[in-house]
Design a protein around this ligand. Structure first.
Ligand code: NA7
Length: 515
């Protein structure tokens, strides 16, 4: 939406294709119960228009999916965006024509359009994934993926519900479903670390203060590591006494939210520091969950805290104290098949009326490779990225001129506040397009050498952290056969922004320009 707004401002004719029937992206699709952003409302909003940020009133500390969707609708209306968006349309192919220097874009509705610039805004977590469980089609009841939730809601009353998956989506949905359903059986493969949201109604004083200070707050977010305002303590967890460390963790736990990980500067890089934070969360799980066996099953031990996106929950662990909730450890007792009446694991049958798949996404590359994209010399993006994504700055991939990828692999994207990263990419792309047009440059492409160096750098920085130690979707590990490559850039949004600005100021260094 912001890209459309900016390109209009450059006087370009713009056509947006959108699969959904409305705006909002992730917040359009993820209507599952409990869906809520893990970034605070005052930080999770556009900064490009003063009046927009002043007039919108957030009602909760962490915005719920319906509220963010209302905000997205408001933005679409306010900037009259819908007239250039073709809804209910999926892009199926895009091919670069070297003779004309134009992209030929095809959709599932039969559209064929020619465009000088092709900008992908398909998102990082939009290709929903249901694992291929044998017999899934035979199930007689309804089944839903959290990221493709029915628009008119789901009534769980009196139902026995299976939830497969305990990532962010499962962790948010399970407590709400358990509050309504007759019984919930949770199928957990890997326990995740989760910190409480302590969500509450927005304090008017805080909202007023943030609005009065937005220019400064936005600047701090742009210069920060993750595009957030949370306090980041750079000292080592190993330098302080046990009492002081516990006090710090307790304070952050009581505050709620992902800034828990900002307690010490070495949690993301030092295994010993990390283990101290991980063990604190496990101690909380033991405190909250009544049954010690269940508490142990819920305690992550196979990956460092933060190496998978930390979850932010409302009453998740306490949900396991309810009599109508059962936890099945599918690592010890794997799902063998879905039957007409439920889920059969190695140890037995679990009859249910409904299955909720909270099984995640083919992240980052999935949505891009879901379109059949071919560049110069008929090179297909799927072929080029067979061993993992290769980009320069996550913005372009060599051989695909004038194709820009907003929050593409190789940029901070999912490791940051997405709105901050989206705005930065949109501003950079708009600046680049304006620059090319002013100079009559027909095409821009990544230099393969610059791309090699950037891809190596993305990988090198990741290796310096504990991220690669988890089988996460950051690494493609959740999709069988996907190359194990760390996809987002972990160097931080502040440093990354400076690099992008420098590249532009140096006449798009590392890019090849052709007239
Ligand atoms: P995630 O975080 O990818 O979670 C998916 C969950 O589904 C996770 O617990 C997986 O276990 C589980 N899963 C996936 N495949 C299977 C199979 N075959 N059997 C059992 N369990 C399975 O997706 P979410 O939608 O929760 O969150 C995505 C992001 O959205 C999140 O990080 C936030 O940034 C917002 P696994 O861990 O792979 O063992």
């Amino acid at each position: 939406m912001y890209m459309l707004h900016r390109l209009r401002g450059l006087g370009l004719s713009v056509r947006v294709f959108e699969t959904g029937d409305g705006v909002g992206g992730t917040w359009y699709w993820n209507r599952y119960p409990g869906a809520r952003c893990d970034v605070q409302s005052m930080e999770y909003s556009y900064s490009f228009d003063d009046r927009l940020e002043q007039e919108w009133e957030w009602t909760e500390r962490f915005p719920s999916q319906p509220e963010i969707l209302r905000y997205a609708d408001h933005v679409a209306d306010r900037f009259d965006l819908r007239r250039d968006i073709q809804f209910g349309t999926r892009v199926t192919r895009a091919a670069y024509d070297e003779a004309t220097g134009l992209w030929r874009v095809e959709t599932d509705r039969g559209d064929v359009v020619a465009a000088r610039y092709l900008i992908s805004a398909v998102g990082c977590l939009s290709a929903a994934r249901v694992p291929a469980f044998p017999g899934a089609e035979s199930f007689r009841g309804p089944s839903f993926h959290t990221g493709r939730w029915p628009h008119d809601g789901v009534d769980f009353s009196g139902l026995r519900v299976a939830v497969i998956g305990t990532g962010s989506s499962g962790i948010q949905a399970i407590p709400v479903i358990a509050g309504q359903a007759e019984h919930v059986t949770v199928f957990q493969r890997t326990p995740n670390y989760s910190v409480p949201a302590h969500n509450r109604p927005m304090e008017p004083e805080y909202q007023g203060w943030a609005k009065a200070n937005y220019p400064d707050l936005r600047r701090r977010m742009r210069e920060s590591h993750a595009g957030l305002l949370g306090e980041f303590n750079s000292t080592s967890a190993l330098e302080v006494s046990d009492e002081e460390r516990t006090r710090e963790f307790e304070t952050r736990w009581a505050k709620g939210g992902i800034s828990f990980l900002g307690a010490y500067g070495d949690i993301a890089v030092n295994p010993r520091a990390n283990e101290l934070a991980a063990e604190f969360v496990r101690s909380k799980i033991r405190e909250i969950v009544g049954d010690p066996g269940t508490a142990e099953l819920l305690s992550p031990r196979d990956h460092p805290i933060g190496s998978k996106r930390i979850c932010v929950d409302t009453g998740y662990y306490a949900t396991y104290n309810r009599p109508n909730v059962t936890l099945v450890d599918v690592r010890a007792d794997p799902i063998e098949e879905i039957t007409p009446t439920g889920v059969r694991t190695a140890a037995g049958r679990h009859d249910v009326d409904m299955i909720v798949y909270a099984t995640g996404y083919d992240a980052m590359t999935g949505p891009l490779l879901g379109m059949d994209i071919t560049g110069k010399g008929g090179l297909s993006l799927r072929r080029k990225w067979e061993a993992g994504p290769r980009t320069y700055l996550g913005l372009m991939s060599a051989g695909f001129p004038n194709l820009f990828t907003i929050t593409g692999p190789g940029s901070p994207s999912v490791l940051s506040n997405m709105i901050v990263s989206i705005e930065q990419h949109v501003d950079w792309i708009a600046g680049c397009v304006a620059w090319l047009r002013e100079r009559d440059v027909a095409a821009i492409d990544a230099d393969p050498l610059a791309e090699d160096a950037w891809t190596a750098h993305v990988n090198e920085v990741a290796q310096f952290t504990l991220y690669p130690q988890a089988d996460s979707w950051y690494l493609g590990a959740n999709v069988p056969g996907k190359p194990r490559v760390f996809m987002p850039y972990v160097g931080g949004v502040g440093a990354y922004r400076l690099k992008c600005e420098q590249v532009a100021a140096d006449g798009y260094e590392g890019f090849v320009l052709s007239s």
